[in-house]
Write a protein that binds this ligand. Structure first.
Ligand SMILES: *[C@@H]1O[C@H](CO)[C@@H](O)[C@H](O)[C@H]1NC(C)=O
Ligand SMILES: *[C@@H]1O[C@H](CO)[C@@H](O)[C@H](O)[C@H]1NC(C)=O
Ligand SMILES: *[C@@H]1O[C@H](CO)[C@@H](O)[C@H](O)[C@H]1NC(C)=O
Ligand SMILES: *[C@@H]1O[C@H](CO)[C@@H](O)[C@H](O)[C@H]1NC(C)=O
Length: 406
């Protein structure tokens, strides 16, 4: 009760809130310097999970070579834990589905060279009604650290209207107290102005409600996630939610666009498909190394909308351009046609993606794995199908004088 009251007092004082979120109070761990990559149970399996599935998926991540591409986190979402805590007040595994306990599951994941992710809610209960962590932050963080947990997804259900800016920093501090580097993934659905406190609190924060395996949801989550693009940075990322590639609700063209957009926006690349049954074509999408390299670029600047960025542009079916700089001076650009209609021609003007006029630019197509040639000022796409996107790496060419003077 005492804690609830002090929370309310904090919530009422903007001056104290401002103080709380000064950067000196920020999350300082060593993880998430590039967007997190891995696999999570929820999008495909929801609550139908068990330790066999987790171990098999860890095996598959390694057997398929996904770990070598950066997919390191094996994240167990809701439904891993019991409703009741143990006699010492600790969270415990659901004894039907995880009979070996979570430490054993984590040990198995680590034995494959992968990282172990777990889930809870900043509320009394998780969304599926298992024990939640509100007011149990310290004991839960320590329990997870004892099990070797490397990643926490922290949801927002059953929060009893306790303000987010009280609930999420208290778990941040509890995780830091354990001394273990645990990636802190805030899942607050973008509520309560997450953009104001997310960067100081978590390694990533959700910007929207849950993604669904339909085109409208991909578009909504992605566009909404663009609004506060400028707050993302190494160690702190906007999160439009996990990937739906391979889950059957999108066409292959839409899956490519979904993956490329997430990559250019430095969004987490958390796979959500069944690795046992994922099609060859979807697998090729999630293993495109040139697209992944855009996402994992060390500069860590979120590509954002540059051309046709209003709601009316969308209704009028105009192609949008999302772009951002890369560490070596290149520019990554994804040009997307959200509509089902063929757009015909589209001309990308290089000044719109921060390349000065009259600079020759080498264009590389990241899906065709081909250089398209050197162009100056603009490049025209001659045919633009419905839902299609083009993903380019633009390399400004140094002039003879620049090379000579160096
Ligand atoms: C574990 O979960 C998977 C995915 O839902 C299911 O196919 C499998 O039958 C389950 N295995 C056991 C032993 O419960
Ligand atoms: C398994 O969990 C249920 C529900 O939490 C509990 O009633 C039961 O005693 C547990 N069984 C064992 C063997 O621990
Ligand atoms: C949540 O838990 C607190 C105690 O930790 C209790 O007072 C409150 O009634 C619970 N609320 C709900 C909705 O279960
Ligand atoms: C593209 O750039 C070229 C060369 O700078 C210029 O002549 C042409 O008008 C531009 N085209 C468009 C559509 O802007």
């Amino acid at each position: 009760m005492k804690r609830i009251q002090s929370s309310r007092i904090l919530a009422l004082s903007p001056a104290i809130i401002a103080l709380l979120f000064q950067s000196s109070w920020g999350l300082e761990n060593s993880v998430g310097k590039t967007p997190q990559m891995g696999w999570n149970t929820w999008n495909k399996f929801a609550c139908s999970i068990n330790e066999t599935l987790i171990k098999k998926s860890a095996d598959q991540i390694v057997d398929l070579g996904l770990d070598k591409l950066g997919y390191k986190y094996v994240n167990i979402d809701d439904c891993w834990n019991a409703v009741e805590r143990d006699s010492q007040g600790r969270m415990q595994a659901d004894n039907q589905t995880f009979p070996s306990g979570m430490k054993a599951v984590g040990d198995y994941i680590h034995s494959k060279g992968l990282k172990f992710g777990i889930y809870s809610s900043a509320g009394n209960l998780t969304c599926q009604g298992r024990a939640g962590s509100l007011y149990h932050e310290d004991i839960d963080a320590q329990t997870w650290a004892d099990w070797g947990v490397d990643y926490l997804k922290y949801d927002n259900c059953f929060n009893n209207d306790v303000p987010a800016i009280v609930r999420y920093p208290s778990m941040r501090d509890a995780l830091l107290k354990t001394g273990r580097d645990i990636f802190y993934s805030i899942c607050n659905w973008g509520y309560e102005d997450t953009y104001k406190w997310g960067p100081q609190t978590g390694n990533s924060w959700r910007t929207t409600m849950d993604i669904k395996d339909v085109w409208a949801s991909i578009q909504y989550n992605f566009r909404y996630n663009d609004i506060h693009y400028d707050i993302a940075k190494p160690g702190a990322w906007n999160d439009p939610d996990m990937l739906e590639v391979g889950n059957g609700g999108l066409t292959l063209v839409q899956e490519k666009t979904h993956f490329a957009l997430w990559a250019v926006a430095k969004s987490p690349l958390i796979l959500g498909c069944d690795l046992d049954t994922v099609s060859k074509e979807s697998f090729a999408i999630i293993t495109n190394q040139e697209i992944i390299a855009i996402n994992q670029d060390p500069l860590g600047v979120q590509g954002h909308c540059r051309v046709h960025c209003t709601y009316y542009d969308i209704i009028e079916n105009r192609a949008q351009v999302y772009a951002g700089p890369l560490a070596n001076g290149d520019v990554a650009a994804v040009i997307v046609n959200w509509a089902y209609t063929n757009l015909g021609e589209f001309t990308l003007n290089f000044v719109d993606v921060d390349i000065p006029e009259n600079t020759p630019v080498l264009i590389r197509d990241l899906w065709a794995h081909q250089d398209l040639g050197v162009f100056t000022n603009n490049f025209t796409i001659s045919h633009f199908d419905g839902y299609e996107s083009f993903s380019y790496r633009l390399t400004p060419q140094k002039s003879f004088e620049q090379v000579f003077l160096q």
